[in-house]
Design a protein. Structure first.
Length: 115
């Protein structure tokens, strides 16, 4: 069982930046697709960005041009660089590690965008 630990969430002003990190504990990180999801209050969890083991990347339309996902397989870590943050980006952000036979989640990190 992989363990995922997110960090980097904070209170930031509109148009500010944050970088989220997610560190994985196990040995299969490089084989898996890593993703970031967000969940706003009283809303369903939704995909923000994903990066496959081969480096293929997808973004939600709402974050294209503002967020960048990356991974460092040597450090078992996936990152989400968030720029030009908007109040509507406020949510708990979750890290996900998945393959055809497993699906792991972190505990989430709060991002609040407010003046």
């Amino acid at each position: 069982q992989e363990q995922l630990v997110e960090s980097g969430g904070d209170l930031v002003q509109p148009w500010g930046s944050l970088r989220l990190s997610c560190a994985a504990s196990g040995s299969i990180f490089s084989l898996d697709t890593m993703a970031w999801y967000l969940q706003a209050p009283e809303k369903q969890r939704e995909l923000v960005a994903s990066i496959s083991s081969a480096g293929s990347i997808n973004y939600a339309d709402s974050v294209k041009g503002r967020f960048t996902i990356s991974r460092d397989n040597a450090k078992n870590t996936v990152y989400l660089q968030m720029n030009s943050l908007k109040p509507e980006d406020t949510a708990v952000y979750y890290c996900n590690q998945a393959n055809y036979d497993h699906d792991y989640w972190g505990q989430g990190t709060q991002v609040t965008v407010s003046s």
